[in-house]
Structure formats: structure tokens, C-alpha cells
Design a protein around this ligand. Structure first.
Ligand SMILES: Cc1cc2nc3c(=O)[nH]c(=O)nc-3n(C[C@H](O)[C@H](O)[C@H](O)COP(=O)(O)O)c2cc1C
Length: 387
């Protein structure tokens, strides 16, 4: 077993083991990738305040997200095509999350279906739902989530149309992968991945194939997006979705205080400050930079979570100290999954947990639920004074 000390170690193994098409799919942002890059580099601009001779025993990273117990405030974000990074990837990631005591969120665009994940796990997971035109499909998605005992729904509102990722177009990304000379030559070098894929029947979009009407080619992400996604989306429509689901609701993809207030009015239980990991609006500011203004606008009225750019426990600590009450990792768990399957996701969670716990202690704090900005040194103007 290789020695894994941080998320980057997993990423290096993942790069060797996953087919190029799926590595590129995860490791890309839209257009110039400015927002993708700044999501991570902006965390480095915030410093942690070292304190000494403060009792750091009895530390806890346990807290609650939307009223549910978590062993640390780090959920697994919804990631489409997870089951292409590694055979049965969603089931493996969900199992690692449930053993670790953190939420797993299943993407609408997953390979394993809602029912598949429910049958192969023991604890409730969360279901992510895109905002689609087809009301019947939407209602059925919520109903299927309810039947599968999902304990929260997450509506992603930042994908009315798909941000362009150049590499996906060049690679001809699809599920299952299209067999071209280039893609086959590359996949033949990924023996472990290939054997896993040969051994599973889960190779299509499990929540869509056989469930969505009138979608001609669900293997292609861009075709499905342009046909099914609702460019006319507005807050009244999101209110209708709220009525379709009577459990806890999280609204994902908020970057502006005005939208945060709208989400609050819709009756969400939490919002996620997120720019989709830099995959949608390129040129948007990083999520961590957007957080302070949103905290000021709604932080005392609703739970504010954050994703986009988290690669370490120190990043989690910074987001929590800035007022977030939960965070999510997308790529960080995908690296683990593509590197070593379920074990790799566990390793990713362990790395982040250890970093969070130790760094919190070195800041002189013992409870992740009771952090504040005093442990941070934030440069003047970090949150921006925009025209
Ligand atoms: C490969 C990939 C696929 C994604 N698919 C979805 C999805 O299906 N639904 C969704 O709401 N967000 C999706 N996201 C966005 C993630 O939920 C999350 O916002 C993002 O990964 C956070 O940034 P990070 O990867 O830097 O942690 C995806 C992200 C990646 C990297």
C-alpha cells in the first residue's frame, strides 16, 4: 500500500489509473479555468493564526449539518459520472461516507441509480436534483428519493446551461465511453479500471435511462443538458420544486447575496455557496471569496455551506471559521475513488479529518462548531469592494 499523506498523493495515483477522458472530465474548469484555479489559490491567501499554551485536549470535529450528526462538517458533493471513475463508484463512495459518518450526495447524473445506492448502503444519503423542464420526471425523482429514504434533497440552481469544458469536447466524453482508436488505446493501459468495468452492469446514467421521456441520447452529457435543462428557470419554479419534496432542502450554487435571500424565501434549510467547482461561469470569483457577503446577508437566518476548491482540512477550517456550518468536497473524493476505490475515498476523508483536527488544535481551538474569524488572518479587501 502506498503511503498517502494528503489529497495530492491520491490525485497522482488517480491520474495513472483512470482513463484520460474521465480524469480530464473531473480535472477541468470551464473555458479559461480562471475560476477553477482561483477556487483553490484563494484559500492560500487566508492565513491561520497560530496560538500556543492553550489547552487543546478533548477536540471534536463532530457537529451537525441540517440537523443531522456528522463526524466532521465535510459532505461528499454530487459528482456526475462517478461510476465511470471506478466501477460502481457511487456505491463505493457512499459506503466510505457512511462509515466515516459524513453525508454522501448522489448526483442526478450518476451511473448507479438512487435505488442501487439505497440497496447497497445502510444509512440515508442525500439526493441532488437538477432543475429540469419535465415536471413528471422531477416529481418522480423526488418520489424515488423519498422511497429510497434519502434524508435531504439538494437542488442545484447554477446549471441552466452547461459551461463549456474544452477537454470534454475534444475527448468526446460519454457514458459508456465511445470507442475510438484513441480512447481504446488509452483505456487498454488502465487494466484495473477496465476489469472493474467489465465486472459491472452499471455503465449508463442510472437515474435517467428508463426514467426520462423523449431524451434521444442520454449517453451524451451535452445532448441531455441542452434537451432537458430549463433555461427559463426562475424562483417561482424553484418554489414548485420545494412543494414536490417535504424533507430538508438544500439549494446549491449560490454566489450572490440577492440569490441567497431568494433561496431563504423559498424555504430552503441550507444554501451552498458554490460555483460548481469552477465548471460553470468562468470569471466568477472563488466561492471562499463570495462567502463573507453571503454570511452578512443571510448567515443568521439559514445554514450556509460551501464547496469549490477544498483540498485539505485547513481549507475546511478556514471556511468554518468564516461562518460556514458545513462544507463539501468534489474532486478531493474523486481522486481517492479513482486511485483506490472505496478505500481511496476513506483515505481522502482521513487526510482531511486529520488536517482539520490538528490545525484546529494548533489554532488553540477544540470544537469545530464554535469557530470564529479570530483564528483567521484575512487580507484587507479579500471579500472585495466591487464596483
Ligand atoms: C466531475 C464533476 C462532476 C460534477 N457533477 C455535478 C453534478 O452532477 N451535480 C452537481 O450539483 N454538481 C456537480 N459537480 C459540482 C460539485 O458538486 C461541487 O460543487 C464541486 O466539485 C466542488 O468543487 P471541488 O471539486 O473543487 O471540491 C461536479 C463536479 C465535478 C468535479
Amino acid at each position: 500500500m502506498p503511503v498517502i499523506t494528503n489529497i495530492d498523493d491520491l490525485k497522482k495515483i488517480y491520474a495513472r489509473r483512470a482513463p484520460k477522458m474521465f480524469y480530464d472530465y473531473a480535472e477541468s474548469g470551464s473555458w479559461s479555468e480562471q475560476t477553477f484555479r482561483e477556487n483553490t489559490s484563494d484559500f492560500d491567501q487566508i492565513y491561520l493564526r497560530q496560538r500556543v499554551a492553550l489547552d487543546m485536549t478533548g477536540r471534536t470535529t463532530a457537529t451537525k449539518m441540517i440537523g443531522q450528526d456528522v463526524s466532521m462538517p465535510v459532505g461528499l458533493a454530487p459528482v456526475g459520472l462517478t461510476g465511470m471513475q471506478c466501477a460502481d463508484g457511487e456505491i463505493k463512495a457512499a459506503r466510505a461516507a457512511e462509515k466515516f459518518g459524513v453525508p454522501f450526495t448522489l448526483s442526478t447524473m450518476s451511473i448507479c441509480s438512487i435505488e442501487d445506492v439505497a440497496e447497497n448502503t445502510t444509512k440515508p444519503f442525500w439526493m441532488q436534483v437538477y432543475t429540469l423542464k419535465d415536471d413528471d420526471f422531477m416529481q418522480r425523482l423526488f418520489d424515488r428519493a423519498k422511497d429510497a429514504k434519502c434524508s435531504a434533497a439538494m437542488i442545484t440552481v447554477d446549471l441552466q446551461l452547461l459551461g463549456q469544458r474544452h477537454k470534454d469536447l475534444k475527448n468526446g466524453l460519454s457514458a459508456p465511453p465511445k470507442l475510438t482508436v484513441k480512447s481504446v488505446a488509452n483505456m487498454m493501459t488502465k487494466v484495473q479500471w477496465g476489469l472493474g468495468m467489465l465486472g459491472t452492469r452499471r455503465r449508463f446514467f442510472g437515474n435517467i435511462v428508463g426514467h426520462a421521456k423523449g431524451v434521444s441520447d442520454p449517453s451524451s452529457l451535452s445532448t441531455w443538458t441542452s434537451e432537458a435543462f430549463d433555461q427559463a428557470l426562475n424562483w417561482d419554479r424553484i418554489r414548485e420544486f420545494r412543494k414536490m419534496w417535504d424533507g430538508p432542502l438544500i439549494i446549491k450554487g449560490i454566489m450572490d447575496p440577492r440569490d441567497a435571500r431568494e433561496a431563504l424565501n423559498v424555504g430552503a434549510d441550507a444554501i451552498i455557496v458554490s460555483n460548481h467547482g469552477g465548471r460553470q461561469l468562468d470569471g466568477a470569483i472563488s466561492a471562499i471569496r463570495a462567502l463573507p457577503a453571503i454570511m452578512d446577508a443571510v448567515g443568521d437566518k439559514i445554514e450556509v455551506h460551501l464547496d469549490s476548491g477544498i483540498r485539505s482540512g485547513q481549507d475546511v477550517l478556514k471556511a468554518m471559521a468564516m461562518g460556514a456550518s458545513g462544507t463539501y468536497i468534489g474532486r478531493a473524493f474523486v481522486y481517492g475513488l479513482g486511485a483506490m476505490g472505496e478505500e481511496g475515498v476513506t483515505r481522502a476523508l482521513e487526510c482531511i479529518h486529520k488536517e482539520l483536527d490538528s490545525s484546529m488544535g494548533l489554532c488553540g481551538r477544540t470544537d469545530v462548531g464554535k469557530l470564529d474569524r479570530d483564528i483567521l488572518m484575512i487580507p484587507n479587501g479579500f471579500a472585495g469592494d466591487w464596483e
